[in-house]
Design a protein around this ligand. Structure first.
Ligand SMILES: C[S@@+](CC[C@H](N)C(=O)[O-])C[C@H]1O[C@@H](n2cnc3c(N)ncnc32)[C@H](O)[C@@H]1O
Length: 282
């Protein structure tokens, strides 16, 4: 199994690869609006009942951070990212923000400039990494840092899309969507390993589960579906016929296409395993 996400780091599963930053932000927010509400519910079962310190790694536009703030209203939610525009959006929502490259490991949290010594700080109760771990060059190093930073009862939650979201319900169109997903997979979209052994190796006990969300057909869901198909259009593996069919779909998204938006996310919930000796790498 490939646990080296380096080669996939540019192959994000969100449809913002060829779009500008405005589209990128919009797509992350649409995903949150359409699909994300149930994801933080994993913390109702597996998370601490209360938290003082929560960290969102690769926080993006704050989709997960907002859910975490709702779930833990008394906690300080710190957002980590290395994209200045994302950081600006996060600051605008009142989050504590740390600008850091997660390729260098888990950052120090007090202040905006990371230092090497994360362990010297207040323990973190919840670390959240949604659709971000597969971007990181050295996930083992980052996870070791998370292990050191977490409080003894703390929880790490890693979320990835189990597959690209699906929207189309008519059988013929659903098959077209399936072929688009195959063409996207050929380009490495949404490529990530099963994180269980990687997280365990960093000194955690892990449970893995899947969370499926079926979303109502709203204008946001239609817009989100359209965003995906607009990106599929550029996939080299798509046949000319399928490209024509996608173009036709794009014309019709705002009105007569039957949608049944649903997505499945894989969620890894990990707690520090006191019996495991974890790597001391930083
Ligand atoms: C697909 S977005 C996910 C955003 C958010 N977690 C969500 O679920 O909507 C990935 C985020 O990770 C950030 N990111 C990617 N590589 C990073 C790195 N090496 N260090 C810090 N942030 C990184 C990107 O800037 C982006 O905001």
């Amino acid at each position: 199994m490939d646990h080296q996400p380096h080669r996939t780091r540019d192959n994000d599963h969100h449809p913002h690869q060829r779009s500008g930053s405005h589209d990128q932000h919009r797509v992350l927010d649409l995903d949150a609006e359409v699909f994300s509400d149930k994801v933080a519910a994993v913390l109702d079962v597996a998370g601490p009942t209360a938290a003082r310190s929560v960290v969102d790694l690769g926080a993006g536009t704050g989709a997960g951070s907002r859910l975490l703030r709702e779930r833990y209203p008394d906690a300080a939610v710190t957002c980590v990212d290395n994209d200045p525009q994302m950081l600006e959006l996060l600051r605008g929502q009142g989050f504590d923000v740390v600008e850091a490259d997660l390729d260098h490991g888990f950052p120090a949290l007090a202040g905006s400039l990371p230092t090497a010594d994360a362990a010297a700080e207040t323990p973190v109760d919840v670390v959240w990494a949604s659709s971000s771990l597969h971007h990181v060059a050295d996930p083992a190093r980052l996870l070791s840092g998370v292990r050191r930073a977490l409080s003894p009862g703390g929880v790490l939650v890693v979320v990835e899309l189990a597959a690209l979201p699906r929207f189309l319900s008519h059988p013929r169109e659903a098959l077209l969507e399936q072929r688009c997903h195959a063409a996207a997979a050929a380009e490495g979209w949404n490529h990530h390993p099963n994180w269980t052994p990687v997280i365990e190796a960093a000194g955690f006990s892990v449970t893995q589960s899947e969370v499926t969300t079926v979303a109502p057909v709203t204008p946001a869901a239609r817009e989100y579906a359209r965003q995906w198909f607009a990106r599929f259009l550029h996939l080299p593996a798509l046949t000319a016929d399928d490209r024509d069919a996608v173009e036709d779909l794009l014309e019709r998204f705002s009105n007569d296409i039957a949608l049944e938006p649903h997505t499945t996310r894989t969620v890894w919930v990990a707690t520090p395993d006191q019996n495991k000796i974890h790597s001391s790498r930083k």
